[in-house]
Design a protein around this ligand. Sequence first.
Ligand SMILES: *Cc1c(COP(=O)(O)O)cnc(C)c1O
Length: 416
Amino acid sequence: MKRPFISRQALAQITEEFPTPFHLYDERGIRETARALHQAFAWNPGFKEYFAVKATPNPTILRILQEDGCGLDCASYVELLMSQKLGFAGPDIMFSSNNTPAEEFQFARQLGATINLDAYEDVAFLKETAGIPKVISCRYNPGGVFELGTSIMDNPEESKFGMTKAQLIQAFKELKELGAEQFGIHALLASNTVSNDYYPELARQLFELAVEVVAETGVELDFINLSGGIGINYRPEEEANDIAAIGAGVRQAYEEILAPAGLGQVKIYTELGRFMLAPHGLLVTKVTHKKQTYRTYLGVDASAVNLLRPAMYGSYHHITNMDRPDGETELVDVVGSLCENNDKFAVQRRLPVSQIGDTLVIHDAGAHGFSMGYQYNAKLRSSEILLQENGQARMIRRAERPEDYFATLYGFDFEK
Ligand SMILES: *Cc1c(COP(=O)(O)O)cnc(C)c1O
């Protein structure tokens, strides 16, 4: 069973104040997850989570995470700018970008962010454009396939990210020559893993790599960044990841591989996005139409512009009818209003028989939800609301208005 983090009654009050659709975030849940993560890695004194801004780029959310000890992982100019405006100090910003414009490296350097190089070729590019910092990280791609037990989790060989082992070793040697003093190793080898074994297995591979790289280059290894990739149980029949077990699994690998090699000072970093936020956001929408042809369609006031994952990846997002949690069910497609047939939040889903006006919540929309939004069909971005720990709801981003859409058009054969 998947339960919304808010009651029917409390949500009804919120939808009276704020028109649907909107994303609703749960402050309490966000803080609990951040604390559970820190608890799971408390054995590593230098541990730090750099929340992946791209998952939920809202200043209020980022500030909550900041209060609970997190830094930020950025990959673009505006993400860096948002971090600066929020007062994140340089060392609390990781810049894990790829195919990076020179101005972004320059801005990251100006902020004192830790730069994580995606490519061997970036060593020369960074030197020319922004200079080599004292602390630097490189992103590793082992190639081949990434397996857990007998199942293939992902295909690093086909991934555009990271560098080969030989390139990483060469990059460390050159960066050291050029004045870098402390080094990090980073890798992201699988996405949305619903398994307590992903991080421990990744850690094992990176720790073994680290021992080899340090022996070969003599660099001072400061941190290993396990990046993102811990997933959530989007489907109700899936079991949620256990972060305490994951932390313990990484610790075991650390004590077996790193510590005996004299690398027992190395800090563990993470850049989790989905795991931190996805379960703590609901897309709240109302049923506006019901249509019967060869199938039954429930039309809602949200569409793929508010949550792209189902249309883009065919992802499952659980849906609860807040007004009719039980009762007789019917087979429906839940659809938005875009002129695109992939604009469906659910296909042939069994849901309680719904009526126009019912409030539906689409679960696990707190990460890679609002942030993947777009403006197709000249749809405007909707608002974001925070359910605060005190039970009060507060708007943390207003919905766009037609004037926001037109703002970039005025003066180009288009008058106010
Ligand atoms: C997307 C991304 C993350 C976050 O991934 P999640 O799956 O949301 O945890 C972290 N680091 C980098 C470099 C990324 O590209």
